[in-house]
Ligand binder design. Structure first.
Ligand code: ADP
Ligand code: MG
Length: 248
């Protein structure tokens, strides 16, 4: 059986004349934490949306476990997405937010209840939080509820769009352990869009460096530091080089 969970093949998406994604190909292995890094406007969110199925690419294919899903509906892909603003439904409480995907899939009430309880404890959130509204939670707690909601449907692949960028430093430290242990605890494969190299190095097994809709290099944090493929990659990781080399 193949080691690969996701294959993206020559994906291109244009808006007018400009290509948000320009001939992008890469694979993500099962249980990998794959980072997508690049400056603002480099096509990171467009990539996630194409993989999820809410943006239709102009060209190229997406495969999940060798099966082509380029034209499969979002619901049937088994992929979960946590958008940059966490995407919690403001008018639903924590329990209803986490249960949402299971309800749509018509899971039995008892199954939903125990799944929500289990996810809350996995995210180390008290069971009393079930009745809280999203606005009554801190940023880090909202992020963890969003993660619980995404994991509720036991997705094959989890897509997280800049999970750290709306959090201050202290909250980031609160959330990082949950993101680090996703694969081990939930058997999940995850793609993280991250806009700082340091965070990507801390979190990801491999990183794809994006620039203007193209992939410049895909490598482990170690390889990226030691052997950047182009001057552009060097430039993008410069800020990290100046700091301490992270433990990778
Ligand atoms: P990133 O997430 O890396 O900041 P995006 O994927 O959001 O980048 O955007 C890549 C490029 O595509 C940007 O130039 C952006 O303006 C453009 N773009 C993204 N979505 C749309 C859209 N719905 N309509 C027009 N242009 C878009
Ligand atoms: Mg984005």
């Amino acid at each position: 059986m193949s080691e690969n969970l996701l294959t993206v093949e020559r994906l291109t998406k244009r808006y007018g004349q400009a290509a948000a994604l320009d001939d992008v190909s890469f694979t993500v292995k099962k249980r990998e934490r794959f980072g997508v890094v690049g400056e603002s406007g480099s096509g990171k969110t467009t990539l996630l949306r194409c993989i999820l199925g809410i943006t239709v690419p102009d060209q190229g294919k997406v495969f999940l476990e060798e099966k082509e899903i380029t034209h499969t509906s979002v619901e049937q892909r088994g992929i979960a997405y946590v958008p940059q603003d966490f995407g919690l439904f403001p008018h639903l409480n924590v329990e209803q937010n986490i249960a949402f995907g299971l309800k749509i899939r018509k899971a039995p009430v008892q199954v939903i209840k125990s799944r929500v309880e289990a996810l809350l404890s996995a995210m180390q959130l008290p069971q009393e939080f079930m009745q809280r509204m999203p606005r009554e939670l801190s940023g880090g707690q909202q992020q963890r509820v969003a993660l619980a909601r995404a994991l509720a449907i036991s997705p094959k692949l989890l897509l997280l769009d800049e999970p750290l960028s709306n959090l201050d430093e202290a909250t980031k430290d609160e959330v990082l352990p949950y993101l680090r242990t996703l694969n081990d605890h939930f058997g999940t494969t995850a793609i993280f869009v991250i806009h700082t190299m340091q965070d990507a190095f801390d979190l990801c097994d491999r990183i794809g460096v994006f620039h203007r809709g193209r992939v410049l290099q895909i490598a482990t944090p170690h390889e990226l530091l030691g052997k950047p493929a182009t001057p552009e990659v060097s430039r993008l990781i410069t800020s990290v080089r100046q700091n301490q080399v992270p433990h990778v």
